[in-house]
Design a protein around this ligand. Structure first.
Ligand code: HEC
Ligand SMILES: [Cu+2]
Length: 485
């Protein structure tokens, strides 16, 4: 008997729980966003990257007026390279739009009279034909207005959809619109707007002048530039985004394409949360997240230690050779438990390799690094350059704008050979100026012998319009001794 009573109580309990659960669920289903009544009217505050407008917080759904102006204007792709961008709001990516579920957006698309072409807008947050494209096709000097109800929360791409669509997107016509849930996203300390895009120019990467769009390369998906926020260096050096140790950072990451998929990664950080593809699923502890062309992701992480954290497309040649590189600078106290820095540097000599020690005598120059003539030194130096310096300073010594200074025709290099020797021996940090451009980065110390340092510098000095200074191993030796502590 006792057992029976127990069973029925249990059943009853189950029944009650089941009931509560299902009523909760139906409440959610009943909250149809299309039936949310809007209160009042306001004009949306739009921002250029890397900034985003203030969170919606607890505000009620409203009638939100978005004024978006299309501008075709020349900008700088990288130092010395100009490009005519087509933009939503004067920036690439276009102005960030922030809304909440239930808002009624009244979208004003204005095509500036100085523009040459008609455009329109397809917002992936719109439920309706063409995402607004068919209603918004607008000629220069005109304005189109259309309305839409914001039904789905998430982070959405918008872009121009005027033929040839690929060309309009390739010229920079994309951006992000965020739809927050009722009550807003959980608060964080810092929020930024980062959007990748690939560009196709007549000239190769870095070729100076105004570069026209190259349709062939675009069709072949052979990008010259893959960048964050429309240009090389938009997020490096003084343009870096920032945070303080202990803060939580949220990045609204988009990819305008037109072609390439981004493997978005922050060197030295792990994403605590990723809103996969900008939707509601949250993945935890992610190293690299895919951001499809025409798609997005929201990534969140707490910064625990100071330093410069590098944003990259981990298709890594894009980062170091095509521009997809940004910086997050974090300031604050060290935390040696989380990250110690180098605690020891020693000689690594595996068993049985002592015979590889540098001989002090002999003529086998390839092995010893000892050159018998300046020509031989230059040739040995070329090999060292390709092995050691090339990755940063690049094949023609041209460097990478905003990251690695040029060695080609470098006034800094040519002015002071002893300083150059010191740089290769001990590394270099702090602000320097090379050919009128400031760099503030870190060159790590290179582990080379006196001969090797002389050879590589002889190679560099003999190339790319440099002043043919000859560096002797003895000078390297004395500078090494003078700077050895
Ligand atoms: C990991 C990337 C990296 C490598 C590898 C590297 N450098 Fe550098 N180099 C830099 C950075 C960054 C600077 C600027 C440092 C600063 O801003 O203070 C620099 C500065 C220099 C400078 C002075 C500035 C100029 O442009 O004249 C010289 C000379 C130089 N490097 C030579 C070399 C040589 C030679 C090698 C190979 C043996 C080499 N570097 C390897 C990153 C690198
Ligand atoms: Cu367009």
């Amino acid at each position: 008997m006792k057992i029976k009573i127990y069973t029925s109580t249990l059943l009853l309990t189950f029944f009650v729980i089941g009931c509560t659960e299902s009523s909760k669920k139906s409440e959610l289903v009943n909250k149809d966003p299309s039936s949310i009544v809007v209160k009042g009217e306001s004009v949306a505050n739009l921002t250029a990257p890397p900034l985003v407008p203030d969170p919606v917080g607890t505000r009620e759904a409203t009638k939100l007026i978005v004024n978006m102006e299309i501008l075709e204007e020349e900008g700088e792709m990288t130092d010395g390279v100009k490009y005519v961008y087509w933009t939503f709001g004067g920036s690439v990516p276009g102005s960030f739009i922030r809304t909440r579920v239930g808002d009624e957006v009244e979208f004003h698309l204005k095509n500036h009279p100085d523009n040459k072409l008609p455009h329109n807008i397809d917002l992936h947050a719109v439920t309706g034909p063409g995402g607004g494209a068919t209603s918004s096709f607008v000629a220069p000097g005109h304005e189109k207005v259309f309305n839409f109800k914001v039904l789905n929360e998430g982070l959405y791409v918008y872009h121009c959809a005027t033929a040839p669509v690929g060309m309009h997107i390739a010229n920079g016509m994309y951006g992000l619109i965020l739809v927050e849930p009722e009550g807003g996203l959980p608060p964080v300390d810092k929020e930024y707007y980062v959007m990748q895009g690939d560009f196709y120019t007549k000239g190769e990467y870095g070729e100076p002048g105004t570069q026209p769009f190259d349709m062939n390369k675009a069709v072949n998906e052979d990008a010259d530039y893959v960048v964050f926020n429309g240009k090389v260096g938009s997020l490096t050096g003084d343009n870096a985004i920032t945070a303080e140790v202990g803060e939580t950072v949220r990045l609204y990451v988009g990819n305008g394409g037109p072609n390439l998929v981004s493997s978005f990664h922050v060197i030295g950080e792990i994403f605590d949360n990723v809103y996969i593809e900008g939707g509601n699923s949250i993945n935890k502890n992610v190293q690299t997240t895919l951001v499809p062309a025409g798609g997005s992701a929201i990534v969140e992480f707490k910064v625990d230690v100071p330093g410069t954290f590098i944003l990259v497309d981990h298709s890594i040649f894009r980062a170091f050779n095509k521009g997809a590189l940004g910086m997050l600078k974090v300031e604050g106290p060290d935390n040696k438990t989380i990250y110690s820095g180098t605690v020891q540097e020693g000689i690594y000599l595996p068993e049985g390799t002592s015979n590889q020690e540098m001989p002090t005598q002999g003529n086998e120059s390839a092995e010893t690094g000892k050159a018998n003539s300046i020509e031989e030194s230059i040739e040995l130096g070329r090999q060292i350059y390709i092995r050691t310096c090339f990755a940063c300073h690049q094949s023609e010594g041209q460097g990478i704008p905003n990251a690695f200074p040029p060695l080609a025709k470098s006034d800094f290099l040519n002015a002071n050979p002893n300083r150059a020797i010191g740089t290769v021996l001990n590394g270099l940090t702090g602000e320097i100026e090379v050919n009128g451009v400031k760099y503030n980065s870190i060159m790590t110390k290179q582990n080379l012998t006196d001969e090797e340092v002389a050879n590589v510098l002889n190679y560099v000095y003999s190339q790319w319009g440099n002043n043919k200074t000859e560096v002797k191993p003895n000078s390297v030796k004395s500078i090494r001794e003078a700077t050895d502590h």
